[in-house]
Structures are given as structure tokens and as C-alpha cells.
Design a protein. Structure first.
Length: 365
């Protein structure tokens, strides 16, 4: 912490609606801090993203990296704009660079539904989902990012990278999370490795290393599933999952599919966590088509703020911060409980202020 009770937060609003959803999250965090009296926040706003690249030619300035790394935690809105790209056609994605720079190897994507939330599946079990998808963030197919091998103008090659180190630490992270969830009565105590080991040797290796690590946790169950079968199960019976791990690209795809189970990207929070740093952001993108209209759903950003408090509570050994995280999460749940709060993305009329004001009122009450 910056002082005995002040938490230094590097705030990266980014682009598009990322800038819009950030403000209500900070407002909620300040309410929680004021009610607690035991901690406070010092915010340092750092500019990075497609807009910065357009103006300066650099998407992630060195001083931003330095300041972000010196903070206690990073809170990010969203980055990238579809009409601003590198010369090779790729979008501007400093959030991926931050994962690599700070070795944020565990991409944590919780999938939780609650009464009144806008879930698409009709089975009543779909309204009580509680599982976690953990995406390996630093290797996999993304290891080829920016290093595509071109063979003339006829062929393009990207390379999959799966390492023992990457799989071991991801597996351990997931297994320890499953332990905590089981102790809390939230999960089955089971971790599933999602792969394509029937086709690719890299995934067979990943599965092998996963089971080696799982053997060190005999009180937990460990199994595996192919990614295509998992995609089907996420639609047909997603309640069977507890904690899942998978490769970077598979995780990128499956986490968006899982977000749909919660009502859309506007409901889906995330965390990118390493051994020394944590970054928290909504799963959604910058949505330039609704930027400035007030239609953005801030719920994913608010829930990411709650995850940030969870992580700070754990890493700083602060029950007060952990409790604030649960209070924040419960306020978002309560805001949707009567079923009348329907965001625009699911055909309703509740926008940025309608959702955030409902949550703020609950926190202040």
C-alpha cells in the first residue's frame, strides 16, 4: 500500500466505453472505502490504448508501464478501436502487452449467475451457475502474436507454444482455487483441463503436465475434456463445471461463450493475475458503436472491481478488503434481484447510469 491504509490503483481507462464504465466503478470503490474507514484508494490515471497510438504512435508508453508496475493493483476499462490498427492489420491491444510485461499468466474468468440476471438459458439451473474458466495468458497460440511467419504472399504460419513452466503454474493456480472454492462450499473440488490432445502433441503434453500437478492435490478431482465437446456442454449443461483451465486461444473463445451464459459481455468480469501483480478489467471490448450513448452496461466493470478487492484482501491479508469485495458483488446481485433492471444489450432500457446508480444506492443504504 502507498501508506498504511491507502491503496495505490493504476487506472487505465483506455478507449471507447472503457472510459465510460470506469467512473462508476471508482465511485463505488470510494463508497466502500468511506463506509469501511479502514482503507482508502489513491487513483493514478494512466493513458494507453488505440487513442494514444493514434495521437503519439505508441500504444503503451514506457512511463505508463513503469507507473502501472509501481502501483498496488491495475484497473483497466477496455482498449482498442477497430479502425485504428498496426500496419500488419492487427488491432491495438496494450492489454495483452501488459499481461506479457507483468507475467500475468492466469486469466481468471468467473461465470456466475444470480436471481434476476439476464440469462439466456431456460433451465432453472442456468440461473445459479458458479464456475471459473482460467485461461493461460502468456503462451499458447498467442505466443506468435506479432511474429507471424509469412511465406511470400501465399502462406502464413503462427506457432503454438506450450511449456512445462506455463502449464505447471497455471495448473497449480487452478487447483488451489478449487481448494478454496470447495472449502467455501461453492464448488465440487474439481479441475478440468480443456484441450485438443487427440490431435495435437502440444495439448497432449499440456494434459500430461496437468495430471502430474493434480496428483499433488489428492483431495480434488481432476479430469479433462476436448474443447469442441466443452463448447457443446457450455450450451447444454454448463452447471457441470467447477474450475477449468485451457490454452490462451481456446480460453479467449470459450470465455466469450461463457459470458453469454451470464447475459452478455456487459455482465462478465475478469482478472489477469501473476505472482506479483494483478490487473482487473471487464471482458467486453470498447464497443465504439454505443460510445457516448449512455447504453453501456457497467456491471462487468463493477464486478471486476469486486474481484480486485478480493485479490487485494488475499494478497494483503486484509479481511476488511475481502469483505468489501463481497459487499460490492452482493450489491450488483441485489440490483438485478427484482428482474426489472434490463440492460440494453439484452433488449432492456437500463444504461450506464441506471445500473450504476442502482448499485450505488444499495452500497450507500
Amino acid at each position: 500500500m502507498t501508506t498504511s491504509n491507502s491503496i495505490h490503483v493504476a487506472v487505465l481507462p483506455g478507449d471507447g466505453i472503457g472510459r465510460e464504465v470506469m467512473q462508476p466503478c471508482l465511485e463505488c470503490l470510494d463508497v466502500l472505502a468511506a463506509k469501511s474507514g479502514g482503507f482508502s484508494f489513491t487513483y493514478e490515471t494512466l493513458e494507453a490504448g488505440a487513442g494514444v497510438f493514434r495521437d503519439t504512435g505508441v500504444a503503451l508508453p514506457d512511463d505508463v508501464v513503469k507507473k502501472a508496475g509501481a502501483a498496488d493493483v491495475m484497473l483497466l476499462g477496455a482498449m482498442g478501436l477497430p479502425d485504428i490498427r498496426y500496419e500488419d492489420g492487427r488491432e491495438i491491444t496494450p492489454q495483452i502487452e501488459l499481461r506479457e510485461i507483468f507475467d500475468l499468466y492466469a486469466g481468471v474468468r468467473p461465470v456466475e449467475t444470480f436471481p434476476g440476471s439476464p440469462v439466456p438459458l431456460k433451465d432453472p439451473r442456468a440461473a445459479q451457475l458458479d464456475f471459473v474458466l482460467i485461461r493461460e495468458n502468456t503462451e499458447g497460440l498467442f505466443a506468435s502474436r506479432g511474429a507471424c511467419e509469412m511465406v511470400g504472399d501465399e502462406e502464413a504460419r503462427d506457432t503454438m507454444v506450450i511449456t512445462r513452466k506455463g502449464t505447471e503454474r497455471l495448473s497449480d493456480f487452478a487447483l488451489k482455487l478449487a481448494e478454496r472454492r470447495k472449502a467455501q462450499g461453492r464448488g465440487q473440488g474439481r479441475v478440468t483441463c480443456i484441450d485438443k490432445a487427440n490431435v495435437f502433441g502440444s495439448f497432449a503434453f499440456m494434459r500430461k503436465v496437468f495430471y502430474e500437478r493434480a496428483a499433488k492435490f489428492p483431495e480434488l478431482a481432476a479430469d479433462h475434456a476436448y474443447v469442441d465437446a466443452t463448447s457443446l456442454a457450455l450450451v447444454r449443461n454448463p452447471w457441470v463445471f467447477d474450475v477449468m483451465i485451457t490454452e490462451n486461444m481456446f480460453g479467449d473463445i470459450l470465455s466469450d461463450q461463457a459470458a453469454a451464459l451470464m447475459g452478455g459481455m456487459g455482465m462478465a468480469p475478469s482478472a489477469d493475475i501473476g505472482d506479483r501483480h494483478g490487473l482487473f478489467q471487464p471482458c467486453h471490448g470498447t464497443a465504439p458503436d454505443i460510445m457516448g450513448t449512455g447504453k453501456a452496461n457497467p456491471s462487468a466493470m463493477l464486478l471486476s472491481g469486486a474481484m480486485m478487492l478480493d485479490w487485494l484482501g488475499e494478497t494483503m491479508n486484509s479481511p476488511e478488503l475481502t469483505g468489501a469485495g463481497e459487499t460490492f458483488r452482493n450489491a450488483v446481485r441485489a440490483a438485478f434481484a427484482d428482474g426489472n433492471l434490463r440492460p440494453y444489450e439484452v433488449g432492456g432500457s437500463a444504461g450506464l447510469r441506471e445500473v450504476s446508480n442502482r448499485v450505488l444506492d444499495i452500497l450507500k443504504g
